[in-house]
Ligand binder design. Structure first.
Ligand code: SF4
Ligand code: SF4
Length: 432
């Protein structure tokens, strides 16, 4: 779809009253303090692009790509402008005029083929084990990667050797009385970087009356593609996933990943596929999509048993709101409620829990220095809580926070709430 005809570009720009509210809440503006880095500046930039006053060149892309797409500006804009959508649409328009081989390789060749993506992470994991990651770094092999990836690859240290998909069955039956049939949208980040989260998700869902189906042919949710100017590829991925999941008779489509549920939401489907032939199919699909925390609290109304094998000491847990859960979907209470229902947890709220951690998908890999400044602010707020564990619901936030914990030598584990729930049950995981 042509950039100028996209609904946010056509209809929303004119609603900007230049109040600057978005600027006052933007974590990137907070660091850079320059109007070109502010959401309001991005709105002007997109307007100028639309009207042909600036050309779609790389320099403009780079300015827009400073943004985390955290949606803080959008949820605070009094005129209801989806600033992040304007930004993403403009990135895609500019990228089409300035394509790069590195991005084509990563986002079109690898990230659209789950098996290839898993193989590449296995290779990275193998390189880490053999100590060859530093060899690749020192010899400059990593320099062929785009953006700050050569410096930022230390964020992805300790990649698990076995992705979740190789450890989970396609069909996982409910234990006890069956209540629901759910499709599990197992995102790439959970699959490759947090496989224990996927095992815990299937464990907790099956223990609570769900048949869990994991379609083997699902692909990435497309959010990394939207962030990197590849909206066309994100559309193809969305259409693929809609067709796969709609071919099953499911009550819900659940994901433990905030980015995935936001990418599969009605709002994002309207942005990507609105006005296209597939839109009705897309909206039927989105209606079933639900975040795991919300599903466990609101639909299952879960009761978590006390873990008898654990000592009586309380575990202090704090919670970081992923932007794609709190801003994109308005889900803030349910993960906290879930944590508070776990016996033995002493929940402590951190200051500015809903402030972005700077991870934002691939942002920490492409904007390492800026991302670290944002992360360090987050870690200050984490550390004063004295928490033993930081809970969060997004693989990108988890990677970033683990990096923050290690940067600050802070003794703390980063977990998904569902892992803590699963640990309360006696262990018998449904693994292959
Ligand atoms: S908050 Fe909304 S209306 Fe105000 S300057 Fe930002 S985009 Fe414009
Ligand atoms: S999406 Fe986040 S980082 Fe980007 S302009 Fe808005 S508030 Fe700033």
């Amino acid at each position: 779809m042509e950039f100028r005809k996209l609904p946010p570009v056509q209809e929303q720009i004119m609603k900007c009253v230049r109040c600057g509210k978005c600027r006052s809440v933007c974590p990137v503006f907070d660091e850079i303090r320059n109007e070109t880095a502010a959401p309001r500046g991005h709105v002007f930039m997109v307007q100028m692009l639309r009207d042909g006053q600036v050309s779609p060149r790389q320099e403009v892309y780079d300015r827009l790509a400073n943004c985390l797409l955290c949606e803080t500006c959008s949820v605070n804009c009094p005129s209801g402008i989806n600033v992040h959508e304007l930004n993403a649409a403009a990135r895609s328009y500019i990228y089409e005029e300035n394509p790069s081989i590195g991005k084509e390789l990563i986002f079109d060749t690898m990230w659209t083929r789950p098996a290839l993506l898993r193989t590449s992470t296995k290779i990275m994991s193998g390189l880490q084990k053999l100590g060859l990651q530093s060899f690749a770094r020192n010899t400059g092999l990593t320099r062929i990667l785009p953006g700050d990836l050569p410096r930022a690859e230390k964020i992805m240290e300790n990649i698990p050797a076995r992705p979740a998909r190789s450890r989970l069955r396609k069909i996982n039956r409910a234990r006890g009385e069956k209540k629901y049939t759910v499709g599990y949208f197992l995102g790439c980040g959970t699959d490759m970087f947090n496989p224990d989260v996927a095992l815990a998700t299937v464990d907790v869902l099956t223990r609570n009356g769900c048949d869990v189906l994991i379609p083997q042919d699902m692909k990435c949710c497309g959010l990394p593609h939207i962030a990197n100017g590849k909206m066309g590829t994100a559309r193809l991925l969305a259409v693929h996933n809609i067709k796969i999941f709609n071919s099953y008779n499911l009550d819900y489509i659940v994901s433990d990943c905030a980015s995935c549920t936001s990418a599969l939401s009605r709002k994002n489907m309207e942005f990507l596929l609105g006005g296209l032939k597939i839109e009705d199919e897309a909206y039927n699909f989105s209606e079933k999509v639900i975040d795991l925390n919300r599903f466990l609290v609101e639909i299952i109304d879960i009761e978590v048993p006390a873990n008898k094998s654990k000592d009586k000491e309380q575990t202090r847990v704090t919670y970081h709101d992923p932007c794609h859960l709190a801003n994109a979907q308005g889900i803030k209470e349910q993960p906290r409620e879930l944590l508070k229902r776990i016996p033995g947890i002493d929940y402590v709220e951190m200051k500015d829990a809903n402030r972005c951690c700077g991870g934002s998908g691939t942002y920490s890999l492409t904007h390492y220095d800026l991302s670290m400044k944002i992360l360090d602010r987050k870690m200050d707020n984490v550390m004063v809580t004295g928490a033993d564990k930081i809970a969060t619901c997004c693989p990108s936030c988890s990677l970033q926070l683990r990096h923050g914990v290690s940067r600050h030598n802070f003794k703390c584990e980063v977990v998904h709430p569902v892992e803590l729930v699963s640990q309360s049950y006696p262990k018998t995981l449904p693994v292959k």
